[in-house]
Design a protein around this ligand. Structure first.
Ligand SMILES: O=P(O)(O)OC[C@@]1(O)O[C@H](CO)[C@@H](O)[C@@H]1O
Length: 387
């Protein structure tokens, strides 16, 4: 498999540089405004922001339970400017250090407090979710294939967090041209092919992305397309919105208590599925590692190898799946994911520079628009491959 330059955040004018120098300062402002952190936490977060934009990479304190793991992951990087590390590595480390700065791991009052919890809670409690769950009822009357298409679209576009179960009605949200690759027919065929096996779903964001993910999981289990679903979530808060077990419980609760009977029924079935073990929620430290999935540990590789399909949600998982590199957009998706231990499907809105699997005409058309099509979140792909 040919290679391509690793993306770094030290390139002037690049998206990656803007993430560190524009997005992170705004994120820090929001995090410090969302919870009444004390002087110690506030100063530590501000120091992290200065270090990550103008300083060099400092290792975790020796008392950190994962200090040795990060020391190994960062071999050759410590003491270098953050921009000289791979963008994926540096961004992952930023979020690990943000947890340190807010006291997430430190024994004391702030231990275990998700710094992004206010944002997640507000999104989940929002009227937009009420409306989206109410629209679920409208899907019950659709023919099976149309309902399946609606649920897949909602899970896909939920990654852009402008989710709407009304997408299928064509009344809003994405348009067909925004979907650059549509392997959905292959995805359903893969699920039909080995009906009744285990499907793994590697979650991305909580709230308005996780809700349609859970509704899709209910569809797979209720429709016999999966005998079991293993939902992988993050072991700790990550990249602001990434889902943890607490977020899964909040989303299932939101469904179960929704005024809309259809949503309540989904929530009830998910609760039962978790009781019976047909829906299992798992996590692994590797899901917060600064590495591509190519380097996943043997134990996780073994878990995933038995899946009839692994569905990866979101932009960050895509970057880790194909490798966070400046691949030519026409690089074959199957080649880029040949390392993966099961048939794999990526449901992703484009929010960073990485993209593979486009045909030359589409790539040329998009480049010809002169827009930030790779990072705008407007476009998406459904890509499937059997390694
Ligand atoms: O995985 P998600 O939630 O779809 O997107 C996460 C993400 O797009 O946000 C960052 C920019 O803030 C990117 O570097 C990263 O890939």
């Amino acid at each position: 498999m040919p290679t391509a330059p690793v993306i770094r955040s030290d390139v002037p004018g690049s998206f990656a540089r803007a993430v560190f120098h524009d997005r992170h300062p705004e994120l820090v402002r929001q995090v410090l405004g969302a919870l009444p952190y004390g002087p110690v936490e506030r100063a530590a977060v501000e120091r992290l922001l200065v270090e990550s934009t103008t300083g060099v990479l400092e290792p975790l304190g020796e008392d950190a339970q994962d200090a040795a793991r990060w020391l190994e992951w960062g071999g050759g990087l410590w003491g270098k400017p953050w921009g000289e590390a791979p963008f994926l590595w540096a961004e992952s480390y930023f979020y690990r250090r943000l947890l340190d700065a807010t006291g997430y791991f430190r024994p004391g009052a702030w231990q275990g407090v998700d710094p992004f919890a206010p944002f997640k809670a507000a999104e989940l409690a929002g009227e937009a979710v009420d409306e989206e769950l109410a629209a679920l009822g409208g899907l019950d009357g659709l023919p099976g294939a149309r309902r399946a298409e609606a649920l897949l679209s909602s899970a896909l576009w939920g990654n852009r967090a402008d989710l709407s179960f009304r997408i299928t009605a064509g009344t809003g949200g994405a348009t067909a041209s925004d979907l650059l690759v549509d392997d959905s027919a292959t995805l359903w065929a893969e699920l039909e092919r080995a009906g009744g096996g285990r499907v793994c779903v590697v979650a991305d964001n909580a709230g308005r992305e996780l809700l349609p993910d859970l509704v899709l999981i209910d569809h797979l289990l209720s429709g016999g397309l999966a005998a079991q679903v293993v939902l992988y979530v993050k072991p700790q808060p990550y990249f602001v919105s990434d889902a943890t077990m607490a977020d899964v419980l909040a989303a299932v609760g939101r469904l179960r208590t929704a005024p809309c009977p259809a949503a309540g029924a989904v929530g009830g079935r998910l609760w039962q599925a978790m009781n019976s073990g047909t829906l299992v929620v798992r996590t692994d430290p590797f899901f917060c590692a600064p590495l591509p999935f190519h380097d996943m540990p043997a134990a996780l590789r073994g878990e995933l190898s038995g899946a009839k399909l692994t569905i990866l949600k979101g932009d960050l998982n895509y970057r880790r799946l194909v490798g966070d590199r400046l691949w030519p957009p026409t690089t074959p998706f199957a080649g880029a994911v040949s390392h993966f231990p099961s048939p794999v499907a990526a449901l992703r809105t484009l929010k960073s520079d990485v993209i593979v699997g486009l045909d030359a005409t589409t790539a040329a058309r998009l480049d010809g628009t002169g827009t930030a099509w790779r990072t705008s979140g407007r476009h998406a792909v459904i890509q499937v491959a059997r390694p």
